[in-house]
Design a protein around this ligand. Structure first.
Ligand SMILES: Cc1cc2nc3c(=O)[nH]c(=O)nc-3n(C[C@H](O)[C@H](O)[C@H](O)COP(=O)(O)O)c2cc1C
Length: 124
């Protein structure tokens, strides 16, 4: 794949056809890519909110009313709106949950490797 050519052809969509929907398979693939985005020490300090109904998009569009009204039609007319949310705190529960998932995924040769990863992530 020639990524430079792709970068030159890409553009930011500024207006959406409200009658068109992104096929669910395409949305699923995009969300899968988001889920696999790299993060520092695999901390995954995010979650994503996906709005795909008129009601949920209208709810999110309220955030544009104060000074960003030029964005309102984009949120209302787009097939899907994804809000990128960042964690403001690295909680114990989140750190433990990431570590458990890594173990379940077979990332650690032994308990020592698991402990080292845990220590390293908490350091960073
Ligand atoms: C600081 C900043 C704020 C931006 N805010 C908006 C915005 O509110 N609405 C919008 O449609 N685009 C916004 N943009 C996106 C730009 O207009 C532009 O679309 C983007 O940088 C990608 O470039 P492109 O249009 O050549 O693809 C913003 C860009 C920057 C750098």
């Amino acid at each position: 794949m020639d990524t430079v050519s792709l970068a030159k052809r890409r553009y930011t969509t500024k207006a959406y056809d409200a009658s068109r929907r992104i096929p669910q398979a395409t949305v699923d693939a995009l969300l899968e890519q988001l889920r696999h985005s790299p993060s520092s020490v695999n901390s995954q300090p995010w979650h994503f909110i996906v709005a795909d109904s008129a009601e949920s998009k209208a709810r999110l569009a309220k955030s544009t009313s104060q000074g960003y009204a030029y964005n309102t039609p984009k949120l209302l007319d787009a097939s899907h709106v994804i809000v990128f949310c960042t964690r403001t705190e690295m909680t114990e529960a989140h750190l433990d949950s990431v570590l458990d998932q890594e173990a379940a995924d077979g990332r650690f040769r032994d308990d020592q490797a698991r402990a080292a990863q845990n220590q390293s992530r908490r350091h960073y």
